[in-house]
Design a protein. Structure first.
Length: 272
């Protein structure tokens, strides 16, 4: 720091001793006045420069503090951005993991359900096929019974009795009509059974043993009973007894036959 030992007043008020043949007093005073003025100007400039320097230092300190604050803010913002980025990455990875896990679960469930549907459909198809085959066998067996030799022997051969041939002919026609009706009903039951087959989401119950009335045994027993009763009707030719049922044969009225009875076929019913 520049320190001036003299002031303008000291220079201006300086007194010099005079000697013989010395400097011109007026010139010296004029020159001192110039020096004082210039010295005062320099002092003022130094003062102004000091003020500017102080102001500059204050500004420099302010900007230094501001820069430090900005740097701290930048560091904090960078750290916050890094944390947000890291949290966002972790959350994205977690969402992706959960989505993949849920997708695998849905695909697995769908695959299991598809396999179950295929298995149930195949089992239903086999059960339906078995049920249809048993139903066809049942109907065929009933048709075989009504069209067997026992019926032919029962109605085609002449009985040694005093009954009229016209009565047995009419009974035979009734039997034929009954057989046709049985075939028609069997076909309708078969069609209805096909419609009873449920869809893939419904469980069908197929009985293991399908019980039905054995008409073949009834016919055989009835034929034997008719033969025995015909032999016993020599005293009363108009009276016939079959399976605990009494039939009275009159010449002017059609006689009742054992084939007048209804054949019952028990088919499985679909549960509502």
């Amino acid at each position: 720091m520049l320190v001036l030992g003299l002031t303008p007043n000291e220079i201006l008020n300086k007194e010099f001793n005079t000697r013989f043949r010395g400097y011109d007093t007026d010139q010296v005073n004029d020159y001192l006045d110039i020096i004082v003025a210039d010295y005062e100007r320099n002092i003022q400039e130094i003062h102004d420069l000091k003020q500017e320097l102080a102001t500059a230092k204050e500004k420099n300190a302010y900007f230094a503090q501001l820069q430090e604050s900005l740097n701290s803010s930048i560091v904090v913002a960078q750290e916050a951005a890094d944390r947000l980025k890291q949290n966002a990455r972790k959350e994205a990875e977690l969402i992706l993991f959960e989505a993949e896990k849920e997708a695998d679960r849905i695909v697995g469930t769908a695959s299991d359900r598809a396999r179950n549907i295929v298995t149930e459909t195949e089992a239903l198809r086999r059960s339906s096929k078995t049920y249809r085959q048993r139903l066809e066998n049942l109907i065929r067996s009933q048709l075989d019974i009504v069209s067997g030799e026992e019926y032919k022997v029962l109605f085609d051969e002449a009985f040694e009795s005093e009954l009229k041939v016209e009565d047995f002919r009419e009974a035979t026609e009734r039997a034929s009509q009954r057989v046709d009706q049985i075939e028609k009903n069997s076909q309708e039951d078969f069609d209805q059974a096909e419609q009873m087959i449920p869809d893939k989401d419904q469980t069908i119950f197929v009985p293991r043993d399908m019980s039905y009335v054995s008409e073949r045994d009834k016919v055989e027993n009835s034929a034997d009973q008719v033969t025995e009763n015909i032999e016993e009707t020599s005293a009363d030719p108009n009276h016939l007894h079959v399976e605990g049922t009494d039939y009275t044969v009159e010449p002017e009225k059609p006689s009742e036959s054992v084939l007048g009875q209804t054949i019952r076929i028990d088919l499985p019913k679909q549960d509502d």
